[in-house]
Design a protein around this ligand. Sequence first.
Ligand code: FES
Ligand SMILES: [Fe+2]
Length: 339
Amino acid sequence: MWVRNAWYVAAWTHELEAGRIHARTIIDQPLALYRAGNGTIVAFEDRCCHRFAPLTMGRLEGDDLRCMYHGLKFAPDGRCIEIPGQPRIPQSAAVRRYPTAVVGSWVWVWMGEVGAADPATIPPSVALDDPVYRLKSGQIDYAAHYLLIDDNLLDLSHLSFVHENTLGLDMPQWADSRPRVVPLARGLRMQRWLRNHSPRGFMKKLGERLDVWNSYDFLFPGVFLQRTGFYPLGTAEANGGQEPQTPPLFHRLDEQVVTPVSNRVSRYFYAAGARVGDIDPDRLDRLFAVTETAFQEDKAIIEAQQKTIDREPERQMLPTSLDAGPTQFRRLVETLLTA
Ligand code: FES
Ligand SMILES: [Fe+2]
């Protein structure tokens, strides 16, 4: 069961080369994607309406796509505009088209009813070439259901354990403190101070001890928009544990999104970095290398967890106070599924 009326990320914009048809699958639905001349992204169901040959085996002719089985040709709006040897084209000759939008550096596809698609509901994300930030990006595939990855992102206590040598190095605060959970329209906002952190590496120049403000919005289907501010020790106390109003010494940005491909395959797109003035390209390389190592740590434990679940799917999990975020988000997903 999938939530159809939602925007899903199909690709980074830089993945979609002009003049090529790209195959992607979202919620079990194979798609044929291409870039039209005016830059807009066309997303068709990967199925010709004639005899169901995949359109990804077709070819582009300008902005149109020709199915290379019997030659029917389709305009970017999905209408058939040519049937070889048949002058009359029936009204019903069309392939299914999905609404698309580019926001930040992600290509979003609306998988539900065309009339219900509203690009204004796509969460804002920072483009990779935004002049304020220095960012790097990547993606990995998981052999796991997307909600297991969502659970992981909604409970950062795992940083102290899964990532004890990477992102959670010397940071028991991730497991020992609990975030404030604020409900949003299609997600949750998680915020907290991590107090008295001793930074490593080049971050040491900021101070021996720091307070860290961590805040992220997590939105359906798995959009993770995180800001982490590093502050002088005592800032958490001075702000009474509330959100700081002053600019941080170092501002880290992490933006990620999980796309369900099928029941046991998910694609994870991520970008990480900091403000241009905070980090030079070398240090960004190092920060990003640690981050990507951490993502492999997540992948290892989540894929293993998926296998354990599938061995005996009826077994019940044990809830703890760590699960507030994942539990509330699962409830929201249930509501969306019912709708
Ligand atoms: S299947 Fe596409 S033209 Fe026949
Ligand atoms: Fe993780």
